[in-house]
Design a protein around this ligand. Structure first.
Ligand SMILES: [Zn+2]
Length: 200
């Protein structure tokens, strides 16, 4: 069996990589409680990207289950959640953390997932005029019965992971979320690992 490609996403950073239709992508939280934002962009000749709102609409769910697709803005399946070896949940409501969020918290010039997305796309020569909302893997933000939204500490244990299958040729961006002033990432930012197993 072919050894998987392995990518380490250091704490408070992001990485981009390309996958082919049929490839398996495993996103691993080695130390636990670390949120990882995920974006996907089609590389099959048109501008299309993973849309959490389309995914919520088409799957009629707030949180993905194994077997569910993640859909694009055009309503096309982009990725499938093949395996969930984590307790979840995987948030599909929140935007990426950005400089404005940290400025509101009194933390100017803080690393953030939006800038890390843009920097990772820049390494691909892509300058996107907007940031789609990501899938926030391992982010513990269950809506409360009264509709309140609250982000609590991730409950992902060390080594918790998800496995995705690419349903198109894709450019993916994965971050290790930068929040260190709030319990989101368990109070300390750690790395994320990605393994890519080529498809048949
Ligand atoms: Zn973040």
């Amino acid at each position: 069996m072919q050894e998987p490609d392995r990518i380490v996403v250091p704490p408070q950073s992001g990485r981009s990589f390309r996958v082919k239709r049929g490839d398996l992508i495993r996103i691993i939280d080695p130390r636990g409680q670390q949120v990882s934002d995920l974006w996907a962009f089609s590389t099959e000749g048109r501008l299309d990207w993973l849309s959490t709102s389309q995914t919520r609409d088409i799957t009629e769910r707030l949180f993905p289950n194994p077997g569910d697709h993640f859909y694009s803005a055009a309503g096309e399946p982009m990725l499938t959640l093949i395996e969930d070896a984590s307790p979840g949940p995987h948030d599909m409501l929140y935007p990426a953390c950005d400089s404005a969020l940290y400025e509101r918290a009194g933390l100017p010039n803080h690393p953030n997932c939006r800038d890390n997305l843009m920097r990772a796309l820049g390494t691909e020569g892509i300058d996107l005029p907007f940031a789609p909302d990501p899938v926030d893997l391992f982010q513990n933000s269950m809506p409360q019965p009264d509709g309140t939204l609250v982000v609590q500490a991730s409950i992902n244990p060390p080594g918790g992971y998800v496995t995705l299958r690419a349903e198109q040729d894709l450019l993916l961006v994965v971050t290790a979320c930068s929040v260190d002033h709030h319990p989101t990432n368990g109070g300390v930012c750690t790395e994320i690992e990605v393994e890519i197993v080529p498809g048949p």
